[in-house]
Design a protein around this ligand. Structure first.
Ligand SMILES: [Zn+2]
Length: 498
């Protein structure tokens, strides 16, 4: 059961939808319409593709925060959203996966709070190039205001110029259809009420029957009998005529508002379509032709970059939950700057999200392993912790119940808190070397894993204070993880070989 919250304030919306409504900020232009019509043509040539091909689409979730690092969405909510997104799309053979099994973090107050500002756009372009290549780029911000909604709230939008989606963090969760809707736009879909995007039907203004064959946005109004469906509304013939009738309508109840088309025939919109504005339906769907357009768009030359990785992800959408192992619930550990948390390994998991809460402050940690060494807890405090396994398509698992752990006041090692290790560069050419810079001289162990978590190389390293060169780096292009253990403390670095 999913709750679609494109519009939330039902009663308020009914009274005065222009000041309280919640919108998607997308409005298709001529270029976007041309893209959709091209996709229609491709579909007519190739025939139906849904359930014929499976499509794997890499996503980069940019977790945007204030410049000081606060305010960004918790990763577990992004994972829950990814699971829901896949449940919406995978009945049609379409899967979305986390590119490189990870997230990108952007610290920028301007982007966080004002994504339509010019400098925010520049920031998004930079992040796309540096960290979002060959994927769908989704920026999760505090708000997604586009300024064009007469005081309403914009929940998200697809920006064709940036070719990126911006979405409010409040609408990233397992319960809204907002992201599924915006990805529809990314893959060329219009609203079912195309042309009425920013002005919904009002009999006092537009007449009943509607007095013009054209919508306020200039698109031909679709007729209730569908006779002009190829060239009107959303240009798709299996989505019935809609003049933005969901905006202000009471939830998902069948529309009986009596709006009539130019011929005087009553409209019967599809309340449960993802690309409409009816809210509160138990289930939403895409029409067959909408899915065909998504696939045709994916298969077009414009979208070649999404397939450039030729990668088949781990499609596990039914991960088991994990069980916490150690420390025992309510146990006190002697040390505070070195606490090892352990849980059972989950088959098919690509990683684990660990949430550690003290009072009302929670911190999120990620680990590719079924354990985590935490080195930043405080002495003599009570913490709650829980773990969520995830796969690169989300995994749809649940958090464990929480356990309590109390820290002692013993420093694990006088040196431990002073260890400072960094690795650079993090993007190299095959066959070159990387440098580990160390703040002191330690015996260390270095392990190199591939993106599947397979151990490729493991060796001892006597780290010297200063620069330590490593040349045992894989030559094959790909993403690797370099794990360095010193004094029982593990640090893992991401390394891209080009
Ligand atoms: Zn929209």
């Amino acid at each position: 059961m999913r709750i679609h919250t494109l519009l939330l304030s039902l009663v308020m919306a009914a009274i005065s939808f222009t000041s309280n409504a919640q919108f998607c900020g997308y409005d298709s232009d001529a270029a976007e319409t041309a893209r959709l019509l091209r996709n229609k043509k491709a579909y007519k040539t190739s025939g139906p593709q849904r359930s014929v091909v499976d499509i794997y689409i890499p996503i980069t979730f940019h977790i945007v925060s204030e410049t000081n690092g606060t305010g960004g969405i918790d990763e577990d909510r992004v994972i829950a959203q990814l699971c829901a997104l896949n449940q919406d799309y995978n009945p049609h053979g379409i899967y979305f996966y986390l590119k490189d099994k990870t997230f990108n973090y952007v610290k920028s107050t301007i982007l966080f709070s004002s994504p339509t500002a010019q400098s925010a756009g520049t920031k998004m372009i930079t992040e796309k190039i540096n960290n979002g290549k060959n994927s769908v780029n989704i920026f999760i911000c505090e708000n997604a205001d586009t300024g064009g909604t007469s005081g309403g709230t914009t929940l998200g939008y697809y920006d064709p110029f940036l070719d990126a989606i911006v979405i409010r963090k409040q609408d990233v969760n397992a319960f809204t259809g907002t992201l599924s809707h915006e990805l529809g736009h990314f893959f060329s879909l219009d609203h079912t009420f195309n042309g009425w995007d920013f002005e919904s039907y009002d009999p006092a203004v537009h007449g009943n029957p509607v007095s013009s064959m054209f919508s306020p946005g200039g698109v031909q109004n679709e007729l209730a009998d569908g006779s002009n469906c190829e060239n009107a509304g959303d240009f798709l013939c299996d989505t019935p005529a809609d003049y933005n009738l969901g905006l202000g309508w009471a939830g998902c109840a069948p529309y009986t508002g009596g709006a009539k088309d130019f011929n005087g025939e009553e409209l019967d919109p599809d309340e449960e379509n993802f690309m409409g504005y009816f809210i509160g339906c138990d289930e939403y769907h895409f029409s067959d032709l909408q899915i065909e357009m998504v696939i045709a768009d994916y298969q077009s030359n414009d979208r070649d970059f999404l397939n450039s990785l030729s990668y088949v992800p781990n499609l596990n959408l039914n991960l088991d939950n994990t069980t916490l192992v150690a420390p025992a619930n309510a146990a006190t550990v002697e040390t505070y700057n070195y606490v090892k948390l352990e849980w059972t390994e989950v088959s098919g998991a690509d990683g684990y999200i660990i949430e550690v809460t003290q009072g009302i402050t929670n911190s999120i940690y990620l680990s590719p392993n079924p354990y985590l060494h935490i080195t930043d807890l405080e002495a003599d405090k009570t913490y709650r912790w829980k773990v969520l396994p995830y796969s690169e398509v989300g995994g749809c698992a649940s958090f464990t119940t929480e356990r309590i752990v109390k820290t002692g006041n013993i420093l694990a090692s006088s040196e431990l808190s002073q260890i400072g290790i960094s690795l650079y560069p993090t993007v190299i050419e095959g066959g070159s070397e990387v440098i580990i810079e160390s703040s002191g001289s330690y015996d260390g162990n270095v392990s190199i894993f591939d993106v599947q978590g397979k151990l490729l190389n493991n060796f001892r390293l006597n780290l010297q204070s200063g620069l330590n060169r490593i040349d045992d780096i894989p030559s094959q292009a790909g993403l690797y993880f370099v794990s360095v253990v010193t004094l029982g403390q593990q640090q893992t670095f991401k390394l891209v070989v080009q």
